[in-house]
Ligand binder design. Structure first.
Ligand code: HEC
Ligand code: HEC
Ligand code: HEC
Ligand code: HEC
Ligand code: HEC
Length: 437
């Protein structure tokens, strides 16, 4: 395995397969609406919509005002205020952070474009990245006014999901519009059921069957995991949990509240005659519609501790790491004990109790490192910093710092140490659209 394959978690062996189509701002001439020709069938629509690489939009129709023509998120936000604010706070607006951009200095343009298929899919974004990077295949002219100069840095921007050939695609309208009404901005829109379907997300959150695997398992298998869960049968989609009421939240492992809602924890302890306590901890995935956690990137640490009357931690009774853990180069799986949807794990311990338990307590903690795999990988790469240019090292340092600041404590609960101990932690269930009237 060459050094390079270790860089991206999802690094694909692509170079030879890439027929790189060239990056232009305005390859398509007309930019007319194709509403009537866009397929209605979900699979057919998505195949065209997410046919990577996404085609250039072309020139905006002449009848569009500058704000209707603009492809940047800020322009959409002038009218779609809630979606804009939600998106900005979501990780989808940060998919071109330092963690990916430093790798572009190591990868070729073709390889980087492959990464951008998921991280910044628009042809216009790839063209801007090419200008930034000084790659050979860059457009000759500056971007026209409807393409803001930072469009590539907006990551998974509104237009990447909603705009093709300057035509807006969205879910079935909740206002009862069919999108063709006279006088709608941006020439109306084309409603497609695919937007409310889990397959919409699978384009990026599921590898195809022949995608890269670790220990026989697809490295990204979120859609399949969901398909095998009860949620699929009940019609609870990805959007149902991650876009409740169509909010553009996409909260996941980086969000403490979301993670609290994913798990139920039960701690039961009984003191035995010999001065030990028989302790059992059960951790159940009650809220994630796929494995908890979904990917091999996050690490979740669950601990049970004994705390003395002064508040000092005296003993770690139990420590359980939940992760799909792989070596940095992804060659070897170390372990995979993620919890599939609906499943649980029980752990036991038999600590010796203090002579006088008065004032002592049992503490249950859950800590999350959402980017643990990358933290390890970045540290590993830093050892080769002397062989990288200063800009690469700067981005790598920034990526390390950003990944580390995402760590957080999701839970800490305490109960007085007594002959028997009981802690039961459950949080508000996620929205359940299937059960709504
Ligand atoms: C000048 C105001 C304005 C701007 C700018 C604008 N929109 Fe719209 N958009 C509307 C209005 C009004 C509607 C129709 C009413 C509705 O569905 O909210 C609409 C409808 C839509 C729909 C269809 C909603 C559905 O129910 O399926 C989508 C998707 C959409 N816009 C996306 C965008 C995107 C992406 C941008 C930026 C690239 C954008 N819009 C820019 C005003 C605007
Ligand atoms: C990752 C893809 C993605 C991105 C990025 C995205 N959207 Fe959406 N958007 C969707 C999906 C999917 C739905 C439909 C959700 C559903 O049906 O539950 C939707 C729905 C909408 C709707 C209809 C809302 C309603 O209440 O009916 C509008 C308008 C819209 N998006 C505008 C935007 C704007 C503006 C942005 C950027 C600020 C944006 N979207 C970014 C995927 C995306
Ligand atoms: C098939 C879609 C897809 C492709 C192609 C892809 N990624 Fe990703 N990437 C994702 C998804 C989904 C996530 C979020 C899940 C995760 O954390 O693994 C992600 C996460 C990441 C992250 C962590 C982001 C952060 O905030 O720290 C990095 C870094 C990254 N990818 C780099 C790359 C690189 C480099 C390539 C190209 C070699 C690449 N990706 C190709 C879908 C993709
Ligand atoms: C029943 C609700 C539910 C459904 C359905 C659901 N999710 Fe999640 N998802 C969660 C919760 C809760 C978390 C936070 C805990 C976790 O990370 O597993 C999460 C986390 C994530 C993450 C963060 C990455 C990680 O490593 O955990 C991604 C990405 C994700 N979901 C994508 C999807 C996609 C794609 C689908 C549909 C195929 C989907 N989710 C369906 C509830 C759900
Ligand atoms: C064009 C590719 C693409 C599509 C389509 C897409 N995503 Fe993502 N998604 C990503 C990437 C890349 C990331 C990584 C963001 C990061 O951490 O830098 C991500 C991150 C996420 C996260 C946050 C993970 C975390 O760290 O907490 C959730 C949740 C999520 N996506 C859910 C969805 C859902 C639900 C849909 C469908 C409505 C969807 N995504 C559609 C590419 C995509």
């Amino acid at each position: 395995m060459t050094r390079r394959t270790a860089f991206g978690l999802l690094a694909l062996t692509v170079a030879a397969l890439l027929a790189f189509a060239g990056v232009q701002f305005l390859a398509r001439e007309d930019g007319t609406r194709a509403a009537s020709t866009a397929p209605v069938d979900v699979d057919a629509f998505l195949e065209a919509h997410w046919g990577f690489p996404v085609e250039p939009q072309g020139m905006p129709p002449a009848r569009f005002s500058p704000e209707e023509a603009a492809l940047g998120a800020r322009a959409c936000g002038e009218c779609h205020v809630t979606q804009y604010e939600d998106w900005q706070a979501s990780r989808h607006s940060d998919t071109m952070n330092a963690g990916i951009r430093w790798q572009f200095h190591v990868f070729s343009q073709a390889e980087s474009n492959k990464c951008m298929d998921c991280h910044a899919p628009l042809a216009e974004q790839k063209a801007l990245a090419a200008l930034d990077m000084g790659w050979p295949n860059a457009p000759e002219a500056d971007p026209p006014p409807h393409i803001p100069g930072n469009l590539h840095l907006q990551g998974l921007t509104c237009a990447a999901c909603h705009v093709r050939g300057h035509e807006r695609f969205g879910p079935e309208s909740r206002l009862g519009l069919d999108g063709g009404e006279d006088g709608l901005p941006h020439g109306g829109f084309t409603p497609r059921a695919a937007f409310s379907d889990s397959r919409f997300c699978a384009a990026c959150h599921q590898f195809p069957d022949d995608g890269p695997r670790l220990n026989g398992k697809l490295r990204q298998d979120t859609y399949n995991e969901w398909l095998q869960s009860d949620y699929a049968a009940q019609g609870v989609t990805c959007q149902g949990c991650h876009m409740p009421d169509r909010r553009h939240l996409w909260r996941g492992i980086s969000d403490p509240e979301m993670v609290r809602r994913a798990v139920a924890l039960d701690l039961v302890g009984e003191t035995a005659e010999d001065g030990h306590m028989n302790l059992e901890l059960t951790i159940a995935n009650v809220g994630a519609g796929h494995h908890f956690p979904a990917y091999m990137v996050p690490r979740v640490d669950v601990r049970v501790l004994l705390r003395d009357p002064d508040g000092e931690e005296r003993e770690e009774i139990l420590h359980h790491v939940i992760q799909w853990r792989a070596t940095v180069d992804l060659s070897t799986e170390e372990f995979d004990n993620r919890l599939p949807a609906g499943q649980s794990v029980s752990l036991s311990a038999r600590p010796r109790l203090p002579e006088d338990p008065d004032g002592w307590s049992v503490v249950l903690q859950m800590d999350v490192a959402p980017k643990e795999h990358y933290e390890r990988m970045y540290r590993d790469m830093m050892r080769q910093a002397d062989r990288m240019n200063p800009e690469t090292v700067r981005l790598l340092r920034q990526a390390m710092a950003e990944a580390a600041t995402l760590r957080y404590r999701a839970l800490e609960e305490r109960v007085a140490l007594d002959r028997s101990v009981r802690l039961s932690l459950r949080h508000e269930a996620l929205p359940h659209p299937a059960s709504e009237p």
